[in-house]
Design a protein around this ligand. Structure first.
Ligand SMILES: [Zn+2]
Length: 336
């Protein structure tokens, strides 16, 4: 079967006409297959949603019980049939519950990787390479300049700053799903045993990670009303970066704004956001991870979704691999 007849971009998202389903649709559809819980991939309002149990749970936490009319959970590696099309979910190593989706019909297999990374991350199942004819990859950091440093080295920078400025409250901006829990876990792995304060927007998801067996150590609410302001002196407070611009942040003791994101590689971005301590911690592949993954899988074709498509497409052509950009819209990278 021709791959571009099995799956192609439609305004709603990647569409499989044989199976009658969309992958990560950006508009409400009848049947959605969802790779992971970030809001640009997992949207409310579909009739049926097929995803991993954890992704379904995360969607419910974020959108409430009515996020879809009916749901179906897929276990990793389990083969399911959707209107005669074989589909299976495989770990993507991006955030808790994140999956690549393999779609197969008449001997042609396409893998939609969703967002993925190859670096070790104890807060989610590690990426598994899945052999395929067509590999669909994101390219958020798809330029040769993007090399992410070791996340433990970035964590060490935060700990060094805490020692250097013991009076200042270190406000670490992080996305509520995935990045916040990963930063907390990194701090714990680096030996940081103090309580970590979290913004209200992170509570439900942190609780869910803990419930799923991810040890995050002692977490306390970062509500200034509940305790003496001095409690936050020299403490780590984790919250959405959007909260750092409002009154909430100014109540802390000499706040030191930090931000954990792959984009912190770009000094200009850190400056723009008033970040004093940029932490380059990404839940996406950098350029070496993207190219090594394609080399390892060696698919007949690569389709590039969102991000910097052109450079990766060109790189594939130089390797003798057929490649094209898909120009999907609506994926804004909630969790970079
Ligand atoms: Zn994502």
């Amino acid at each position: 079967m021709r791959p571009d007849a099995l799956l192609y971009p439609a305004p709603e998202g990647l569409y499989c006409p044989e199976g009658g389903f969309y992958v990560d649709p950006v508009r409400p559809v009848e049947q959605a297959l969802v790779t992971h819980g970030h809001s640009d991939h997992a949207r409310p309002g579909h009739v049926n949603v097929l995803a991993t149990r954890q992704t379904l749970d995360i969607m419910r936490l974020r959108y409430g019980d009515g996020f879809c009319a009916s749901e179906q959970a897929a276990a990793f590696g389990e083969e399911l049939l959707v209107n005669g099309v074989k589909v299976s979910f495989h770990p993507a190593g991006h955030v808790l519950g994140s999956a690549q989706i393999a779609i197969e019909k008449n001997g042609t297999r396409i893998v939609v990787s969703g967002d993925y990374k190859r670096r070790p991350d104890p807060t989610c199942a590690a990426y598994v390479p899945v052999a395929c004819d067509v590999f669909i990859t994101e390219a958020t950091f798809g330029l040769p300049v993007f090399h992410h440093p070791d996340p433990m080295d970035e964590t060490a920078k935060l700990l060094a700053s805490l020692r250097q400025f013991p009076e200042r409250t270190h406000l670490v901006g992080a996305y509520a799903l995935g990045k916040a829990q990963r930063v907390i876990r990194l701090l714990r792995d680096a030996g940081y045993a103090e309580p970590i304060y979290i913004h209200g927007a992170m509570e439900k998801l942190c609780d869910y990670y803990i419930e799923q067996g991810i040890d995050l150590g002692e977490l306390l609410p970062a509500t200034i009303e509940s305790r003496d302001k001095s409690a936050f002196r020299g403490a780590v407070v984790i919250g959405p970066s959007s909260a750092f611009a409002d009154r909430w942040a100014r109540r802390f003791n000499e706040p030191l704004p930090a931000f954990a994101s792959g984009w912190m590689m770009v000094r200009q971005r850190a400056k723009q956001h008033g970040v004093e301590l940029p932490l380059v911690i990404s839940d996406h592949c950098d350029w070496p991870e993207l190219t090594e993954t394609i080399r390892e899988l060696h698919p007949a074709e690569v389709w590039v979704t969102h991000g910097r498509e052109e450079a990766l497409v060109r790189w594939c052509h130089l390797q003798g691999i057929k490649a094209k950009p898909l120009h999907l819209v609506g994926y804004e990278d909630e969790g970079d």
